[in-house]
Design a protein around this ligand. Structure first.
Ligand code: SF4
Ligand code: SF4
Ligand code: SF4
Length: 316
């Protein structure tokens, strides 16, 4: 199997064949029966290069922030996330079907339960505004900078596919393949975005006491609301990711930044037979066969790799 992931460098588009770098193998049905005793004997260390690079990147961030902020929490935090993602990549490499869900569970639950509920860090968008207003460049602001603002310039909406604790629950719902009917209600995300900003700004303008406590409860209430709306929409629209498409305020950051993403899935046109399978399985309605940055719903790709798995011609 050969997957092509494109790396756009300036105006020239270069197709990076990851098989030459690492055998980034996925759980494609066509591969399930391959291998056999001969395949099992072969030990290909190249397949671990990508996981190793990811681990090194996260450890670098962990150590840098630990030393810069003199806070060992950053060492623990980014090491944990890096190890989780590395584990996911290794599981992908071994064609484990639920690799993405494992990473989602490891990272999403850690952020929701440990950072949010135990450490009282509001990691929702209100928390981002709150820490920004207080001028504190700590967990929530760093999280937004890395995962949702600057990170998408490199890995697009990987956050949405592998770490978001809202999608973690939504992805368990039955409508994994949506009905592909787009509703024109995406403007709601801007209302949600503005509402979060106004809510936090009002707390500061009114000089409300104990804002930190309010932010903790805002995190709990906000999450309950997100889950309730997300689950209701999934059933109404028969689409697990309806919340992501129309409501989530974080997409106000994610969509424009991921437009420029360095790592994108690309289509090898010489192999594609226009069977439409990739579009049918895509939870975000992305036209992945169009290699331009203006591809339909291109800024919504969550790198879930369902299209790659479904392609009968290994064109993706
Ligand atoms: S769009 Fe929002 S809710 Fe959906 S996965 Fe991304 S951050 Fe999470
Ligand atoms: S199926 Fe493919 S195009 Fe659609 S979101 Fe997943 S990775 Fe992106
Ligand atoms: S599934 Fe593969 S062959 Fe079919 S349209 Fe998509 S890229 Fe082309």
């Amino acid at each position: 199997m050969k997957e092509l992931i494109a790396m756009d460098l300036g105006d020239s588009i270069k197709i990076l064949d990851l098989h030459s770098l690492v055998r980034f193998r996925l759980d494609k049905p066509s591969n399930k029966l391959k291998g056999g005793p001969q395949g099992m004997k072969r030990i290909n260390l190249k397949r671990y290069i990508l996981p190793a690079i990811m681990l090194i990147v996260f450890e670098t961030v962990a150590i840098t922030l630990w030393l810069a902020k003199d806070n060992i929490f950053y060492l623990f935090n980014f090491s944990y996330i890096g190890i989780s993602i590395t584990l996911g990549l290794v599981l992908f490499e071994h064609k484990y079907k639920h690799a993405r869900r494992i990473v989602q569970l490891l990272v999403g639950l850690y952020m929701l339960v440990y950072l949010g509920l135990i450490c009282n860090e509001n990691m929702q968008i209100e928390g981002f505004w709150y820490y920004l207003f207080t001028g504190v460049f700590e967990a929530a602001t760093i999280h937004y900078a890395v995962a949702k603002i600057f990170g998408p310039l490199i890995f697009g909406r990987g956050w949405c596919g592998y770490a978001c604790w809202t999608a973690l629950v939504l992805d368990f719902l039955p409508y994994k393949i949506p009905d592909h009917k787009r509703r024109k209600i995406g403007w709601i995300r801007y209302i949600a975005f503005a509402a979060a900003f106004v809510f936090v700004a009002a707390l500061f303008v009114a000089n409300v006491a104990n804002i930190e406590r309010i932010m903790f409860w805002a995190f709990i209430v906000g999450n309950i609301l997100y889950y309730a709306v997300g689950i209701a929409l999934a059933f109404i629209f028969k689409d697990n990711r309806a919340f992501c498409k129309y409501i989530c305020p974080i997409t106000v950051f994610l969509k424009p930044m991921s437009y420029f993403a360095l790592f994108r899935i690309k289509c090898n046109k010489s192999k594609c037979v226009s069977c439409g399978s990739c579009k049918r399985v895509c939870p975000m309605d992305v036209d992945i066969t169009d290699n331009s940055r203006k591809r339909k719903n291109g800024t919504e790709c969550i790198l879930c790799m369902e299209c790659v798995r479904s392609c009968p011609k290994d064109a993706l």
